[in-house]
Design a binder for this molecule. Sequence first.
Ligand SMILES: [Zn+2]
Ligand SMILES: [Zn+2]
Length: 79
Amino acid sequence: MPRQRVTVGACPKCGADELVCSYNYFSSDDLTIDSWEHKCADCGFRETVAYRSDDDDVGDDVDPRCCPFCQRRVDPENL
Ligand SMILES: [Zn+2]
Ligand SMILES: [Zn+2]
């Protein structure tokens, strides 16, 4: 499973510059899942979001390849 981790800056909870943005991409026959996690390596602060292609709650204006927390973009073909 492709995975990309980038340190994106300061933790909103403890302020340490240890906040890591992780992107995971999962794909099977007709299902794709794009998931995002921000986690602080210092205090353990964590927030996650996952976008499933079979989830009707994901609107057309949502870009699953764009982090909802820090707005960075990934290209799953080039991880
Ligand atoms: Zn922290
Ligand atoms: Zn991010």
